[in-house]
Design a protein around this ligand. Sequence first.
Ligand SMILES: C[S@@+](CC[C@H](N)C(=O)[O-])C[C@H]1O[C@@H](n2cnc3c(N)ncnc32)[C@H](O)[C@@H]1O
Length: 301
Amino acid sequence: MTAHSVIDALLSEIVRINPLQSNFLKSSLDDITPEELDDLGEYLQFCDRKSLDVAYLAECYDIIVRDTLREQMFFQRHKRYRYSTFAEVADAVYFDDAYMRKYMHGLAITAWLWPNHREMHRYFANSIPTDREGRYLEIGPGHGVYMSTAMNRSRYGFFEGVDLSPTSVEMTTALLQSRDVPDDVRYEIYCCDMLEGDLRHDRYDAIVMGEVLEHVEEPLLFLERIGRLAADDAFIFVTTPINAPAIDHIQLFRSPEVLENLVARAGLSVRESRLIPYPGQTTEESLEQRLPINVALVLGQ
Ligand SMILES: C[S@@+](CC[C@H](N)C(=O)[O-])C[C@H]1O[C@@H](n2cnc3c(N)ncnc32)[C@H](O)[C@@H]1O
């Protein structure tokens, strides 16, 4: 299947199983760039080579859509996330291979199909330094798409990924193995809880942590550890959402200020940030109506 035919097949299948996605996807895809379409096509072809057909991938995407909608209804009613501890969600998500695989493929696909996730991924692709060398650490790479983008765009020589889910470790490794990696670039992805395990090094020149803070009980400890691991002038990129319920989100950030305070308490500073409101709303409207806002932060020490 060509890249574009597999995209068309996926979109048709998504709309077939969930017709409500039709208008949303049409308007979202108005803004996708040709390069992003090519990247989506490449991801889908990678899945195809792994014998994951579009019916399965559409189901993965639909799981995210439906789970998110259910949690949004709970959140609007109760003004809190359903769960607040790691123990409540770990077995049903991170350690359930079949579910985690679907969740991660679905999430990967939203990096191209959802306007807010696409903008965050685009911001990352445009922010990662293209001329620096050294070690890149990613905490919670999940599906591996950000790490693959980092490999495409940057000149770091060693890429390390640490994730507590064995499924995420396998998926990220498989995605990286499917690429042409230059001979002088090495990578290692392994299973470990970021707060508990030993990492391979004690200093990194880039540290990326996408959509992890909302999954943890102690976000301050994560940011503090990042601060200790960052080399002078390291590139530090962190994303996390505000008021964004999901089945495994246990840490509710209610405003950008809460996040900024957390960053400051960890001894870090915000060098640049991007707030991405709920599609079709302004940031103020999203905050007022408690609708999800995606936040991407470039941090400094
Ligand atoms: C929602 S996914 C994010 C995937 C990707 N980074 C992104 O931005 O789309 C969160 C990932 O973080 C991992 N994770 C959660 N808590 C972690 C921890 N304490 N240490 C390492 N990884 C963790 C999960 O297993 C999962 O793979």
